[in-house]
Ligand binder design. Structure first.
Ligand code: MCN
Length: 760
């Protein structure tokens, strides 16, 4: 097998998906399973005064459980976030609901339709309370979600030291506010859970999740079960985008399986998904960026306010990642950041593709453009003057990130060249000159992000079968990323086996010893690295055993990677193929020797980077925005499979563009979600997006043996500010300085009207 790393190998898993042979949780049948329907609050903030389940229970085979019936305490936030335990979420609300969609009761029935009908018949009486939706209002503590705590602030990190004179001496201080609006992860497959408590006292939960091993651990803790009593299986997962892990609903499903002794299943509807799965972003950053008149940035002050939703968890924590990445690709000597997260009467927030880093990029890239305007420089030039230089790595930023490697100036120049930047600016000038009703906007974003952000360990194992094939077991979990292909490539390369002889097992805690799962675009750099190390260890053992078989010295033995055969260096015969060797070892009862496990931990996270350029056309009369081009360079170090990586970038770009132009979850003043279906939640389809122009660049990282950084979220992080900046660039001649995202036709039109009314 020749070098398979870096090859455009087609995804091994796709024939299964494309021919309908994927198996998702909802496809799994267990005889006698009962169906769950949740009774959710229709109020955003209210006291529960009574729950009458009589009518529901009158339906045949229906059981109803309220908080009083369920001996589960609270679903704690991960301890490292430091959330006050009095803000932890109850599994079912007992006295108070805190968002529209909060869980009040759970209904079981023999079929789904009856469960849904019965849930409708549960009569809950509420006393409505004042509602707080807005984070600026929440921080004032006028309406409290948790009276006992006495404040809505759930996380607070003031700057280590404050310097009132931080911006003194700056010729220019550019100030503004960026609001990264609330968005949905919206996987094609909504959440689904199936749980069975076996006669052997073991709980098996089939879960559409990104983190099976973590889910197993937490389920054990919450249900009081030993680790070996819990098995979590993630079959095929139809997208996660940060939204999928063990949720409050899943724990209730597992608890019900134990309480009733019956298999229990739950598959949420799209509307349920859009109000109950955690949501992303929902962060406001006020910034002051100070610098010299010649365009050098000197200092940055930020005030970050994060919406944690009704029950704080990872959503609150992610603001810390925003703070860490605030310096972007720029050398900024002084940075001061104040982080606050608050609870509001909205769906809890958590990671959604990018998770904390898009917010930082959206802020710094927009701020740099505004600063460029203030100092009268082209946005590309202001970036050039502030980039961290290519020979300045590793680089420690004033916001606390330790960048591994990069070449930001080169990324920008390659993109400008590919896009024909000068020609674009000339065309823009011509259209401005002629007063064309369709104005051209050109937007840049030069970004850096962090993958494997909290520097975790991942598990990988390799086993050779009796027929000389290889099985890779990984603690990473694919929900669409193509690990069955790329992890096989990593092992095949080292074992000298053809790709079709390497299979990948993941997502079953009984089959894979341990793992952390997939988020933060960390799988390849740690899970892939673990698979690589385990492969290399197996090869070393195999060389020794082949030497014994061939009566040669182990030091002389080599693996011919082209042919997948072991022989003495310089003497291609006699040789033993993997199947020869495995067959002999199997006959001796020694096959297990050809297996190895590895737990890979890197010295630190990695920092993928890139440059994106967007070209938009904005209709001066109607405000309509059309995205004409997106030119994207995303450098993730050594690329295992460019076809897969480009696919990841394509998906990422679509998501990033969507935040800039389309997506937004909103609430009315009573806290009613306004976008609980895909009619009212704007999603771009292929017809809304141009063909993506990708520019390749690979700067291998020294942080792991693969040289790989993450690529799963880069497109999302880079694209949003490029498009946002492009729209505002088109509007610059009309005196429009800023519009919050999504910069859709209505907002652009309103901004133009306002600018007309209040010129200059
Ligand atoms: N890859 C590569 N070379 C690299 C880096 C990655 O060839 N240098 C390949 C990988 O081997 C893998 C894919 O690209 O097949 C993504 O790898 P990686 O960047 O390591 O990210 P993860 O596998 O950890 O995926 C997580 C990331 C996240 S955090 C979200 S959210 C996300 C995303 O991936 N959700 C997705 N991409 C998604 N893609 C799909 N289809 N569905 C989702 O839910």
């Amino acid at each position: 097998m020749a070098n398979v790393i870096g090859q455009r190998v087609r995804r091994q898993e796709d024939p299964r998906f494309l021919t309908g042979r994927g198996q998702y949780v909802d496809d799994i049948e267990l005889p006698g399973a009962l169906h769950v329907a949740f009774v959710r609050s229709i109020w955003a903030h209210a006291r529960i005064t009574s729950i009458d389940t009589t009518a529901a229970r009158a339906l045949e085979g229906v059981q109803v459980f309220t908080a009083a019936d369920v001996d589960l305490a609270v679903n704690p936030a991960p301890p490292f976030i430091g959330i006050d335990a009095r803000m932890f979420r109850p599994f079912l609300a007992a006295d108070k609901v805190r968002f529209a969609g909060d869980l009040v009761a759970v209904v079981l029935a023999g079929d789904r339709a009856t469960a849904v009908d019965a849930a409708d018949l549960v009569d809950v009486e509420y006393d409505a309370l004042p509602v707080v939706i807005d984070i600026e209002q929440a921080v004032r503590d006028e309406v409290l979600l948790f009276e006992a705590v006495g404040t809505n602030v759930c996380l607070r990190h003031p700057p280590a030291s404050t310097d009132a004179g931080l911006l003194d001496g700056c010729d220019v201080v550019t100030a503004g506010t960026i609001f990264s609006q609330r968005i949905a992860a919206c996987p094609v497959e909504a959440r689904a859970t199936l749980a069975q408590f076996g006669g052997d006292g073991r709980l098996t939960v089939w879960l559409s999740t990104q983190t099976p091993h973590q889910d197993k651990m937490v389920l054990g803790l919450l249900l009081g079960l030993e680790a070996e009593q819990v098995r979590v299986v993630a079959p095929d997962v139809g997208g996660g985008f940060g939204g999928k892990g063990l949720a409050t609903e899943d724990v209730i499903v597992a608890w019900l399986a134990r309480a009733t002794g019956r298999p229990i299943r739950w598959t949420e509807t799209r509307s349920e998904n859009l109000v109950a799965m955690h949501q992303g972003r929902a962060q406001r950053i006020a910034f002051e960026l100070g610098g010299d008149r010649d365009g050098h940035v000197r200092a940055l002050r930020l005030n970050i306010l994060q919406d944690a939703g009704a029950y704080p968890g990872l959503g609150a924590f992610l603001a810390n990642l925003t703070a860490m990445m605030a310096s972007g690709v720029y050398r900024i000597p002084k940075i001061e950041i104040d982080v606050t997260a608050v609870v509001t009467n909205t769906t809890p927030t958590g990671p959604v593709r990018g998770a904390g880093r898009p917010e930082a990029t959206q802020m710094i890239e927009r701020a740099m453009d505004m600063f460029a305007t203030d100092v009268g420089l082209d946005p590309a030039e202001v970036r050039r003057r502030n980039f961290i230089a290519a020979d300045d790595f590793p680089h420690q930023t004033a916001s606390g990130a330790h960048y591994d490697c990069g070449d930001y100036p080169r990324a920008l120049e390659l993109v400008l060249e590919a896009a024909g930047y000068d020609r674009l600016r000339a065309e823009q000038a011509a259209r401005r000159e002629s007063g064309d009703s369709r104005q051209l906007g050109i937007g840049l974003s030069t970004y850096v992000e962090v993958t494997n952000g909290i520097n975790e360990t991942e598990f990988g194992a390799v086993e050779i079968t009796a027929s000389g094939e290889a099985i890779v077991k990984t603690g990473s979990q694919s929900q669409g990323q193509g690990h069955e292909t790329t992890f096989a490539q990593i092992a095949a390369q080292r074992l000298g086996l053809p790709l079709e002889k390497v299979s990948v097992i993941k997502g079953d805690t009984d089959a894979v010893a341990r793992g952390t799962g997939t988020y933060g675009s960390k799988s390849t750099q740690i899970g892939g690295a673990a698979a690589a190390q385990a492969s290399e260890a197996v090869v070393e053992t195999a060389k020794r055993l082949a030497a014994e078989e061939l009566e040669a010295s182990p030091e002389d033995m080599e693996l011919d990677l082209e042919r997948g055969e072991f022989h003495v260096t310089g003497a291609p015969a006699p040789a033993l193929s993997w199947s020869d060797l495995a067959g002999r070892l199997e006959a001796q009862g020694q096959l297990a020797a050809l297996s190895s496990e590895a737990d890979f931990t890197a010295a630190q996270p990695t920092f993928p980077f890139g440059a994106h350029l967007a070209v938009v056309e904005v209709d001066r009369e109607t405000g309509a925005v059309q995205l004409l081009r997106i030119v994207a360079l995303d450098d993730a170090g050594t690329i295992i499979n460019p076809l897969v990586a480009e696919g990841q970038v394509h998906g990422g770009l679509a998501a990033g563009i969507a935040q800039a132009l389309y997506e937004e979850l909103t609430y009315d003043e009573d806290g009613n979600p306004m976008n609980s279906n895909l009619v009212t939640y704007g999603f771009p389809g292929p017809a809304d997006l141009p063909a993506f122009e990708l520019v390749a660049m690979q700067t291998p990282t020294p942080i792991n043996p693969l040289g790989a950084k993450g690529i799963g979220e880069s497109g999302t992080i880079g694209a949003t500010p490029a498009v946002h900046n492009a729209v505002l660039d088109a509007l610059a001649p009309y005196g429009v300085r800023h519009i919050d995202m999504p910069v859709n036709g209505e907002r652009v039109w309103r901004a133009l009207q306002d600018a007309d009314r209040n010129p200059g």
